[in-house]
Write a protein that binds this ligand. Structure first.
Ligand code: BEZ
Length: 249
């Protein structure tokens, strides 16, 4: 069952995702008039910042709910998977992506498509989860699911590569890697803390469980993670690790 995104919950619980996109936007350095694809545009909060540079931006996202939310902002957004892009060859000067690539199941198909839709010399600038991303959260959630007899739901297959592995993958698809950065980015969560995070980002695993177990799964994961990720004032930090890169074709 794919993750179903709720734009309202997302904008409340995950506002840090676009807010923390400034670094990768800086690496992109979009220029007025450039044709840019925002791959996994979500509800379009970061896309709006790209548009503000004067670039011609098109968004694409696999979630119909997120595409609808992006269109409400007046963004030209299409629904579709990253592995099969509905654009002609060499349609874009740059492809941009923030906090999305780790969800993509077909990494090689996606990279071939990004390479295809970029003009020669075009750039692919993105930030995604890197090796070690949300290690404590993942381990805690998986342990609770196993304890509840739902081990098969624990790992939804998100992909958090090392810089070496992803650089190799990019090169295999004809990219030249100009810059790559792998860095921890501990992220302070909002008032709903880890329960809000789990209910937003682990929605697919929770929805696949019997309804009466969902709250238990969230409560037990929160209890398990509290000593590691919650401070004395009750503030939660998620153990994000990012992989940011700029590559050209
Ligand atoms: C991430 O951005 O790294 C991420 C967000 C939600 C779930 C898994 C990973």
């Amino acid at each position: 069952m794919p993750q179903i995104w709720n734009p309202e919950t997302y904008s409340r619980e995950a506002s840090f995702v676009p807010e923390l996109g400034a670094g990768v936007l800086e690496w992109l350095a979009a220029q007025p008039g450039e044709r840019i694809l925002d791959l996994g545009c979500g509800d379009g909060q970061l896309t709006e910042r790209l548009i503000a540079t004067g670039a011609h931006v098109t968004g694409i996202d696999a979630s119909p709910q997120m595409v609808a939310a992006a269109r409400m902002r007046g963004i030209q957004a299409l629904e579709g998977p990253a592995e099969s892009l509905p654009f002609d060859d060499a349609s874009f000067d740059a492809v941009f992506s923030n906090a999305v690539l780790h969800w993509v199941r077909g990494q090689d198909e996606m990279l071939s498509e990004v390479q295809r839709v970029l003009r020669p010399g075009g750039r692919f600038v993105a930030e995604m989860g890197g090796h070690g991303n949300i290690a404590a959260i993942r381990t805690g959630f998986a342990a609770v699911l196993a304890h509840l007899g739902r081990a098969s739901l624990g790992d939804r297959g998100n992909y958090y590569p090392t810089p070496e592995a992803y650089a190799q993958r990019l090169q295999h698809h004809g990219f030249t890697v100009a810059r790559m950065l792998h860095f921890p980015r501990p992220t302070l969560l909002g008032a709903s803390g880890m329960a809000g995070w789990l209910n937003t980002f682990c929605r697919a695993a929770l929805d696949a469980m019997p309804a009466d177990l969902r709250e238990t799964a969230v409560e037990q994961t929160v209890a398990l993670l509290a000593p590691a990720l919650c401070d004395n004032e009750g503030r939660w930090t998620a153990d994000y690790v990012r992989l940011r890169f700029a590559a050209t074709v």
